[in-house]
Design a protein around this ligand. Structure first.
Ligand code: PEP
Length: 257
């Protein structure tokens, strides 16, 4: 089974819609210069909600091969939920992916595995692929408990999903101690957990499902470490924060192969 590598750039709460235009155009030109082939890696940008319409227009108008994703989605389908953005709205804006359960939201807003599961379900109904984030904190890692911790998060976040929906979902392993800290997990440490995630999926849903799920690594990914990470058998891509705001860096990550 070949899984298309996925390089996901999470802009977090950065760049207004004017700044977004500049970054997306430069990213597309730089990828073109590097002879990036969209068949060999998917490159997805995840701007803030306020930029989605602008980025969608650019991608559609210039026929760019970049894909668009959102950083979060409501657990509700619409209606009286002030401030919430539904999966239907994101689908209409051309979002193909949505990040759910990023550690910053789990920590800052107390999002639970049940919330993450509900968001993933809403996304899948609209044909949007959820990028389900999991990952342990430093204490858990130092206690050597990372695998049971992460597998519990995975189990809770996909609980009740149909095997077909799990197969098209993406799971991003992001050790919290490596996010935005410059401390990257070694390729072997990242593989250990990503491999455990795939084995867990195989045990619960069968090999066919497990072999289709793309498992990403996230945490201080840069052009200098992406190749070593991508050489691991169970790492199918990267979720990139800081480096996704630097055009040359993110283009090199997208064109890692
Ligand atoms: C992230 O935001 O998911 C992330 C991995 O950030 P960074 O690449 O900056 O560590």
């Amino acid at each position: 089974m070949t899984r298309t590598p996925l390089m996901a750039g999470n802009w977090k709460s950065n760049l207004n819609h004017v700044e977004a235009t500049g970054l997306v155009q430069k990213l597309a030109w730089t990828l073109q210069d590097k002879r990036w082939d969209a068949e060999k890696s998917e490159v997805v940008v995840f701007p803030p909600f306020t930029d989605l319409r602008t980025v969608q227009t650019l991608i559609d108008g210039d026929k760019l091969k970049l894909l668009l994703g959102a950083q979060d989605v409501s657990t509700h389908d619409g209606g009286a939920h002030t401030g919430e953005i539904s999966a239907k709205m994101l689908a209409k804006l051309g979002c193909r992916y949505v990040i759910v359960g990023h550690s910053e939201r789990r920590t800052d807003l107390g999002e639970t595995n049940a919330d993450v599961q509900a968001k993933a379900v809403r996304a899948l109904v609209e044909d949007i692929i959820p990028v389900i984030c999991v990952g342990e904190g430093l204490q858990t890692r130092e206690a050597g408990e990372q695998i049971p911790f992460v597998l519990e998060q995975v189990g809770g976040s996909i609980n009740g999903l149909k095997p077909d929906d799990i197969a098209r979902s993406v799971i991003a392993y992001e050790p919290v101690w490596a996010i935005g800290t410059g401390k990257v997990a070694t390729p072997e440490d990242a593989q250990e957990v990503c491999g455990a995630i795939r084995r867990y999926l195989a045990e619960d849903f069968g090999n066919e499902v497990a072999e289709q799920v793309r498992v990403l690594y996230g945490g201080s990914v840069k052009s200098s470490n992406v190749v070593a990470l991508m050489s691991q058998p169970d790492i199918d891509g990267c979720l990139v924060g800081g480096a996704s705001l630097q055009v040359e860096e993110f283009a090199a990550i997208g064109r890692f192969y």
